[in-house]
Design a protein around this ligand. Structure first.
Ligand SMILES: CC(C)(COP(=O)(O)OP(=O)(O)OC[C@H]1O[C@@H](n2cnc3c(N)ncnc32)[C@H](O)[C@@H]1OP(=O)(O)O)[C@@H](O)C(=O)NCCC(=O)NCCS
Length: 197
């Protein structure tokens, strides 16, 4: 049986497998070239009304780390196009040292999926960090006018990178299918004269 998810590119490949044909062929960049970790100690300023760290604080760190990765990979400005699957696994507390680890999982023509893993450990204890969250973000590389520009294909280097690449392709397929299905539903409803209240 053939694998339904095409394999990741290998060094020398021009563009990602499902990317539309594009005259610009940029040389690939390995995952490790842009992988980044952002670390931050949580203080009382970061808490919600329950006394634990506000989810929005973590999301800001996630967006910051992912943005740095997207900028490094694409070699210029990149904007957040979407953020999905932000999962909070454990509460984060004041005094936690939070590590936000981000890498490019997949590249299209002008977009990149950045995977983020959030770990927390007590700032003054040498216990192993706990995984407290994960997120997947799509960034689009843009030019000076804010128009999408091509990105170098990411070259996964390890089996873990290759698994992440293939999983990112599954998410990409689902994102596109969901957007298309919703657009078609709206068009059908509009054609039937059904208006929102
Ligand atoms: C993201 C943005 C550049 C896309 O522009 P666009 O005119 O829709 O361009 P395209 O349709 O060609 O999309 C560009 C790429 O982004 C991807 N993309 C666009 N919107 C997306 C979304 N909501 N989710 C996932 N990917 C998306 C497209 O699939 C395409 O990928 P590809 O080139 O790899 O195939 C534009 O919508 C934008 O500037 N948004 C605001 C970004 C911003 O300000 N972010 C910070 C928010 S505070």
């Amino acid at each position: 049986m053939t694998d339904p998810v095409p394999g990741p590119p290998v060094p020398g490949d021009g563009v990602a497998p499902d990317a539309p044909a594009d005259p610009v062929h940029l040389p690939g960049k390995p995952t490790s070239a842009s992988r980044t970790t952002l670390s931050h100690i949580m203080t009382a300023n970061d808490t919600n009304l329950l006394g634990t760290v506000h989810g929005g604080v973590i999301m800001k760190l996630v967006d910051d780390a992912a943005g740095a990765v997207a900028g490094r990979h694409s070699g210029g400005p990149a904007v957040t196009a979407s953020m999905d699957e932000m999962v909070f696994l454990e509460p984060v507390r004041v005094g936690d040292l939070v590590h936000v680890k981000a890498q490019v999982n997949w590249t299209g023509r002008s977009s990149m999926e950045v995977g983020v893993r959030v770990l927390a450990e007590r700032w003054n204890e040498s216990t192993p960090p706990t995984r407290v969250g994960t997120a997947y973000l799509v960034f689009a590389a843009v030019d000076g006018e804010g128009r999408p520009r091509p990105v170098p294909p990411v070259i996964p280097e390890t089996e873990r990178d290759r698994r992440r690449y293939q999983e990112a392709q599954i998410r990409r397929t689902h994102r596109l299918a969901r957007r298309r299905a919703i657009r078609e539903l709206r068009e059908r409803r509009a054609a039937e004269g059904l208006a929102d209240d």
